[in-house]
Design a protein around this ligand. Structure first.
Ligand code: ACO
Length: 384
């Protein structure tokens, strides 16, 4: 067996490995800036709270891809370009039908179907990916439930089309706004794992579809995009205001983590939680289940207070997942579609990063520090 732990002469003079690449700056970007100490997220110059609750998702795409908000002619052109590409190719639908028949979960269906989308040059591929991924997610969900996919509508914009394709109900302005705010809020977030993955693949000269496929694989991991469901489970488990304190205390005393709190980078409240919390307030205004929003707010306040008590000095605050879960639930999205829906926002950022990476003209190729033996002698098969 290999003696993996051996340190050898080859390591002499090598730098120590930095497995999480923490503190390593691997790209310059004009797309977003994350300041964890100040609790600040800037997207292409705009604080996230300034533009996310106002912009249509098409405006956000224009901002990230072309550097400025569009005028009305540019917005129409981008909207038309997406509308022309929204219909899924036959091969994608065939793959989805077969895979949904095998009960493959939605995020895996998205990964499989994304690979069937047609590539081409970067601009064309980016438009196709952004236009078609919502149709893929909506069709997957319907096929998994034994229903036929609903075709997109030319008269609906991007966010509204997604909600339409999910259940065939035309969303009102409040629901559309809530989804746009969510997609805008999560569109980009520095050099996170999936964005880095996309940039690594783009740096090899590979095509845009491959870069986005890799990014989807990275986003799927529970340490990255796969966590919003449990934050909602916790609120449901608590159920009523009188149970908040005892349930949270018992979780903390048994060493459990409170889902939706804490962040590697943010030491203050995640600015995205602020934006999504306000949007959830609007979405749940007058809603039958407004009490769920009010309960979640109370859970948040108590959780932050108890985390300070049980984990003093750690600065554990609300993260993006807490209100993501509530907002997406308020849009009637099932938990299984939370991470796929996150993908539909982040894909705009991934494509923008690929455009940027293309201008670098240098492959991303770090080094590893070899920690194995160096003087082994070949032994023939029969002698092993
Ligand atoms: N609940 C209870 N304790 C916590 C929590 C939490 N949510 N988060 C951190 N802690 C505690 C840890 O137990 C640890 O305590 P200790 O030093 O006494 O052992 C201390 O705070 C530091 O924890 P780390 O894991 O080192 O902190 P890190 O910054 O690396 O963790 C993470 C970040 C993984 C998000 C963590 O806060 C967590 O697990 N949160 C809950 C899960 C969650 O909400 N995930 C979504 C994050 S948002 C996103 O990734 C997009």
């Amino acid at each position: 067996m290999d003696n993996i732990g051996i340190h050898t002469a080859r390591d002499a003079g090598h730098h120590a490995a930095n497995p999480g690449l923490q503190g390593v700056v691997a790209a310059t970007t004009r797309l977003s800036s994350v300041d964890g100490e100040a609790g600040e997220l800037i997207i292409a110059g705009y604080p996230v709270g300034e533009f996310a609750p106002r912009a249509r998702f098409e405006e956000t795409l224009h901002l990230l891809w072309y550097g400025a908000l569009p005028n009305s002619a540019q917005l129409k052109a981008l909207g038309d370009a997406l509308a022309e590409r929204r219909e899924l190719p036959a091969i994608t639908l065939t793959v989805l039908r077969d895979a949904a028949g095998a009960r493959i979960p939605p995020m895996d269906l998205l990964r499989m179907a994304a690979g069937t989308l047609s590539g081409g040059e970067d601009q064309e591929a980016a438009l196709t990916l952004v236009a078609q991924l919502p149709a893929v997610v909506a069709a997957s969900w319907r096929l998994l439930r034994g229903e036929e996919p609903i075709p997109p509508r030319r008269d609906l914009a991007h966010a509204a089309n997604y909600l339409w394709m999910l259940d065939g109900t035309e969303p009102d302005a409040r629901r559309t706004r809530a989804l746009e705010t969510y997609l805008n809020t999560v569109v980009d977030h520095g050099l996170n794992a999936s964005t880095f993955t996309a940039r690594v693949i783009a740096s090899t000269g590979s095509d845009m579809v491959s870069a986005i496929l890799g990014a989807i694989g990275a986003l799927k991991g529970p340490l990255h995009g796969g966590a919003p469901g449990p934050a909602l489970d916790m609120v449901f488990e608590i159920g009523t205001p009188d149970r908040i304190e005892p349930v949270l205390r018992s979780k903390l005393e048994s060493g459990e983590r409170l889902m939706g709190f804490g962040h590697r980078i943010y030491r203050v409240r995640d600015p995205r939680a602020e934006v999504l919390g306000r949007e959830a307030d609007r979405l749940f205004a007058g809603a039958e289940n407004r009490s769920l929003y009010l309960l979640a707010k109370e859970v948040e306040l108590a959780a932050v207070r108890l985390l300070a008590e049980y984990k003093p000095g750690r600065n554990l605050q609300t993260n993006v997942e807490f209100y993501t879960a509530l907002l997406l639930h308020g849009l009637d999205l099932p938990v299984q579609l939370f991470t796929p829906t996150f993908t539909l926002g982040r894909v705009g950022g991934w494509c923008a990063h690929c455009f940027e990476q293309r201008t670098v003209k240098r492959i991303i190729r770090p080094e590893s520090s070899y920690r194995g033996p160096i003087d082994r002698v070949w032994s023939p098969l029969e002698g092993r």
